[in-house]
Design a protein around this ligand. Structure first.
Ligand code: FNR
Length: 370
């Protein structure tokens, strides 16, 4: 049977009304102090509750896991209460929401670290890039990222425990599940990719070892909240934040095959045409083969994101390339995106100047159809 963008689908314990999901989108507007979701954040997600599934913006699992100004966390009581207001608003509108769990690893700065020390990473290799920090005047500015500290085994074990606790907190906050962010050059991706993992212990070297941290985190989180409430997001072949792998077919083939060991809610892959928030003109030609192989190897629900329009999303579902499509920038600018795609109505353009930080402008003032 051919599936379509507007046919329902089962995902874990949920039945989604259609397949237009909202991709995780950092908006850097958490309340200060404490990186706590605010009533404005509640309104933003409430407006977008007609998504088949909302995946929240990336949310740090611990203070150590923060790398950018004003991103929300899920490690304090206040944050749990803030997120609870979000999940209740989304549920009241008939929607569903997963919280994206985030540890940035080396993409951080001493200003965010609990002890003012160095950010952590698989290896003492700096990221070629900057991060958006807060200066002494409390303003957001681009700051250089220092050479990180290589994690020791107790440090790795503490992070796995932080993921477990964050997943439990997400459920306390009323979330339908969690998506483990293992892409875009953040901590779990730093362990996976040979470009950033130079270790020679259990967590480095072979593909099995480089995948170990992700799989340990999945095991801990699935044990804590149930595998059918857990998803994983990967960006195979992504090059954002200095990522790169010597053998992406084998590395990601292995990971996807192992993820079959749990019956996860879904696997989320990002088309590598995106480098962060901009289009990569130079997508690796091996990608088309790799995505077909991963689709074939993975036995559960597959979500794809990256540069989709209503039309290409429908084609991807009908052709069996994916089961659900997540939209990022179109959902920023169109709170009622599913209705617009169904009616083939014009879309509001997204204003890149208000993606990160700021107030209600470019956040909760995009108009819905009358
Ligand atoms: C992103 N993206 C992203 N990805 C992720 O896994 N966690 C995140 O917090 C963010 N944050 C984020 C913020 C902004 C402003 C943009 C534009 C993107 C990537 C996003 O989920 C998605 O994969 C890309 O935007 C590509 O999809 P679209 O925008 O082409 O539909």
């Amino acid at each position: 049977m051919t599936e379509h963008l507007f046919t329902p689908i089962k995902l874990g314990q949920l039945t989604l009304k259609h397949r237009v999901a909202m991709a995780p989108l950092t908006r850097s507007r958490a309340g200060q102090p404490g990186n706590v979701p605010t009533p404005m954040n509640v309104e933003y997600y409430r407006q977008r509750a007609s998504a088949a599934l909302i995946i929240s913006e990336a949310t740090q699992i611990s203070q150590q896991g923060q790398g950018y100004a004003w991103t929300p966390g899920i490690h304090s009581k206040e944050q749990i209460l803030g997120w609870k207001a979000v999940s209740e608003a989304v549920h009241a509108e008939g929607g569903h929401i997963f919280l994206q769990l985030w540890h940035v690893g080396r993409v951080s700065h001493p200003v965010f670290q609990p002890d003012g020390g160095l950010p952590v990473a698989p290896s003492a290799q700096p990221v070629p890039g900057k991060t958006f920090i807060i200066n002494e005047a409390g303003e957001g500015v681009w700051g250089d990222v220092p050479v990180p500290r290589e994690l020791d085994i107790p440090g790795i074990e503490a992070i796995i425990a932080d993921y477990r606790k964050a997943a439990r907190n997400a459920l306390l906050a009323g979330m339908d599940g969690v998506e483990i962010h293992a892409g875009n050059g953040y901590l779990l991706d730093q362990f996976i990719n040979s470009a950033s993992n130079k270790r020679n212990d259990l967590y480095g070297g072979s593909i099995e070892n480089r995948a170990r941290l992700l799989l340990d985190v999945v095991a801990a989180v699935a044990e804590e909240v149930g595998a059918d409430r857990v998803a994983v997001r990967l960006t195979p072949m992504g090059r954002f934040m200095g990522m790169g792998d010597d053998t992406p077919e084998q590395t990601f083939g292995y990971i996807v095959a192992r993820l079959n060991d749990w019956k996860l809610a879904y696997l989320h892959l990002v088309e590598p045409m995106m480098v962060g928030t901009v289009l990569d003109q130079d997508t690796d030609p091996r990608w088309d083969t790799i995505i077909k192989q991963l689709r074939n190897d993975y036995h559960g629900v597959l979500m794809l994101a990256g540069g989709y329009s209503g039309e290409t999303a429908e084609q991807a579902i009908a052709a069996g390339r994916a089961d659900v499509i997540a939209f990022g920038r179109p959902f920023i600018a169109n709170p009622d995106l599913p209705a617009r795609l169904l009616g083939q109505t014009d879309l509001n353009p997204a204003d890149g100047n208000s993606f990160f930080g700021g107030d209600a402008k470019g956040y909760i003032d995009y108009p819905a159809l009358a």
